[in-house]
Unconditional design. Sequence first.
Length: 267
Amino acid sequence: MRKALSISAIVLASSMALGGTATAFAADTTSPAADASPTARPTQTGLKLSTSAAKPGDSISFEMRVPDGSTHLSVSSEALGDVRMTDGRGGTAKVADVKEGTYGVSLTGTGPDGAKLRATARIVVKADAPKPTPAPSDLRLSQDSGRPGDRIVVTVKTSAKDASVKSAAFTGGQVNLTGDGKGTFTGTATVAPDVKTGYYGVDAYAGGKKFDTVKFSTEAKATPDVKPVKPTVKPVQPLRPSEHRTPKGSVNTGQAPAGTDTDPTRG
């Protein structure tokens, strides 16, 4: 006499015949995970990205598969920024300016029964077209020479966020520059009062790094003009009678001495 199988035995036999296969939520960009905690109930959790590859600056969206009533859901990744969760089970993010490579994306949260939820996905970040090389920084002076007290307009053009100029030829040694927000920085330097005649270097910095040095010549103030001293000439005063002096010797007046006969006919 054959014994009838119980209902539990029938179910067990059927399960063994089918191989006991189970279905999991998985895709190229998703991986299911369940909390391994002994108190956690097995749950199917998944994260799916709208694309598996993107470049910095791209916007992507994502979908979350979590049990109803799940809370504290969060999506994070080194490759993503500005992550925004929608009211449903999804959200958007922007690919950050990171190096090329494959990055993990994590979903975390808490299930309705208090169990921790976790799922991961991957995104490949590919660099965009090479960024244009910024124009080299440039330094210009309103004039390349000066004397003490002269004011020199300094202009620096750069893609850096700050710029400065230094020189021993200028008062204070450094020129404060103001940017216009479009890459141009300007300021006014004053040639130092004690500068000596010669050549000085003017160093320009952008982003904290020196990018150029130009030559600036100076001429110290000349010695004040010296007015020639005019000799003092006293007016000639006529001699007083008492100061007259008779010169020694005779003076040829063209006349013969008294008592001399100059007639040739006389013997």
